[in-house]
Write a protein that binds this ligand. Structure first.
Ligand code: GLN
Length: 546
């Protein structure tokens, strides 16, 4: 029997609902339950694919090619279950579905209304594509009280009434601010937020209260009294310095116990096996060495813009038992510099990573960083745009094609990176029209790549075929393969039909590799992406730690 847990947020935004949801999922999973994680966002974009990373943080790509909210990345990292297209929905997608149905006449002449048509469409999502999960967790984006979230709450209320209130648990993440001068944690914003949620007909079952400190008995009593919950259902979500501490911290505070009690499962539930969480925290708490990595990117001002990448580097640190210090260098800042100044700037780093990205800003800075790494035998790892830049760098500086460039940025060039028009997915030809919508027109999701025998890539993956996730429109022109190979720059991974370059490397360099995909999306704290692990190993060699 499936139970439904809804995670809502009140008082303020940015309380970390995504990680809270992922942590609850991981605790239920640690008890042996089959868990599914989902996200409902109220905004009007059909999906986050067209949003700037500065607006909304990273766009996370699922195995089956959905462009989703970065919270799905937290779910996959904490719970280890691959999310699917059907695990994320936006207000925009819901309205789009409703209006499409209306145009097709599917409402048989009815007046199409918010209730029941939009709420029904939302309930369809809530119930869709479930496969005998024990628990399905739905994180509800936005803050209770936002106008655009109203219909989500209405649909959830209706749903809980239909499946039975006892089969739904509402976890409400709120904030207890600490007022320095009063020396107290304040409960009133939470009390009012609980009332705000009640206006939608939803009673919070568990209050998960972000707090700087443990919640004193008096505040628990007060919250229980005003908010209709027992004092055990007031759970502290204490501030921690490392997100991977959260599942253990919630467990100590009794959160999973309260969720299970809510469903009447506590007495029969297995004890959680939290060994793997203790193990990674033990490693992270006892690093003896460190390496310094320069990430030369574009969206350096907002930590969330490269969320999965940061986490994958953390995972690589865990798997190599070495702290990874990351510095985020705005590639634009390297553009006006001489090669010598770039070298001086990058000298403190044991390795250079050029991540994915879109748009021309900072491109020449990335290319300069790659020249530095290639010429000075500094470990280099390029991701997606990072690979494209490595190809341009090689065409310019190894083949002497001074105006080599990508047609993403200019038509006045010798194009070595060009827009893909046709590619294969599961044996089918995918064709993208020259003109058309921006959303969902990329090569998205996991595709196979065949790795060259005895290449660095094959050694790293210990396999001749890999499946990594993609999100791109442009691709290296494979006709440069031979000329570049003569200069020691090889294509070591290709799509199975041999047409699309997937991995490049320089065998004579200590570590120079780049992929047309995003391996960071698959990296987990308990199972680091092989490429990230090898990259940090190379940085450790550079730092003479190995
Ligand atoms: N802008 C490049 C492309 O569309 C790279 C995309 C990326 O790095 N994800 O191909």
């Amino acid at each position: 029997m499936t139970r439904y847990v809804f995670i809502l947020g009140g008082v303020v935004s940015s309380l970390g609902k995504g990680i809270a949801s992922a942590a609850i999922g991981s605790l239920l999973q640690a008890r042996g339950y089959k868990v599914r994680m989902r996200k409902m966002d109220p905004y009007l974009n059909i999906d986050p694919g067209t949003m700037s990373p500065y607006q909304h943080g990273e766009v996370f790509v699922t195995e089956d090619g959905a462009e989703t909210d970065l919270d799905l990345g937290h779910y996959e990292r904490f719970v280890g279950v691959s999310c699917r297209k059907t695990d994320s929905i936006s207000g925009g997608r819901i309205y789009y579905n409703v209006l499409t149905k209306e145009r097709k006449g599917e409402y048989l002449g009815a007046t199409v209304q918010m209730i029941p048509h939009v709420t029904d469409e939302l309930k369809l999502f809530i119930k869709s594509d479930l496969k005998e999960e024990d628990f399905v967790l739905y994180e509800v984006g936005g803050t209770v009280g936002d106008i655009e979230g109203t219909l989500l709450l209405e649909a959830i209320r209706q749903f809980s009434n239909e499946v039975g209130r006892e089969n739904c648990c509402f976890v409400y993440l709120t904030l207890l601010p600490y007022i320095e001068t009063a020396g107290e944690l304040k409960t009133k914003p939470t009390q009012q937020a609980v009332k705000k949620l009640l206006e939608s007909g939803i009673q919070a079952d568990i209050l998960l209260c972000r707090s700087k400190m443990d919640i004193p008995a008096e505040e628990r009593r007060k919250l229980g009294l005003f908010c209709n919950v027992s004092k055990e259902d007031v759970v502290a979500a204490l501030d921690v310095d490392n997100i991977y501490k959260i599942p253990l911290s919630y467990h100590e505070q009794g959160l999973d116990t309260q969720v299970l009690k809510h469903f009447g499962l506590y007495e029969t539930a297995p004890e959680p096996d939290l060994t793997k969480w203790h193990e990674i925290l033990n490693v992270m708490g006892n690093f003896e060495h460190h390496v310094n990595v320069a990430v030369v990117g574009k969206y350096c001002g907002l930590p969330d813009a490269y969320k999965s990448l940061r986490e994958a580097l953390v995972h690589a640190g865990i798997s190599n038992k070495t702290k990874v210090n990351m510095d985020w260098i705005d590639s634009e800042s390297l553009e006006g510099m001489t090669n010598q100044n770039v070298a001086n700037q990058l000298k403190p780093y044991h390795a250079v990573l050029v991540p994915g990205g879109f748009g021309i800003r900072g491109i020449e800075g990335k290319i300069k960083a790659i020249t530095y790494a290639r010429e000075n035998n500094v470990p280099f790892f390029g991701i997606c745009l990072g690979m494209q830049m490595a190809v341009i760098e090689a065409c310019r500086n190894l083949l002497g094609i001074s105006n080599a460039h990508s047609t993403e940025f200019t038509s006045d060039c010798t194009p070595v990176i060009t827009r893909m028009k046709v590619w294969e997915k599961n044996g089918q030809k995918m064709i993208r029209p020259e003109e058309g919508d921006m959303g969902g027109t990329m090569r998205l999701g996991a595709y196979p790549a065949v790795l060259k025998q005895n290449s660095l890539a094959e050694k790293i993956y210990q396999s001749s075929i890999i499946y990594e996730r993609h999100r791109h429109r442009y691709e290296m022109d494979i006709s440069y393969e031979q000329k570049l190979a003569e200069k020691g720059f090889i294509i070591s991974g290709k799509s199975p039909d041999g047409l699309l370059p997937e991995v490049i490397e320089i065998p004579a360099h200590p570590f120079f590799i780049a992929g047309q995909f995003h391996p960071e999306f698959k990296s987990k704290p308990f199972a680091c992406s092989p490429l990230f692990k090898a990259f940090i190993q190379a940085a450790m060699k550079q730092a003479e730690l190995l």
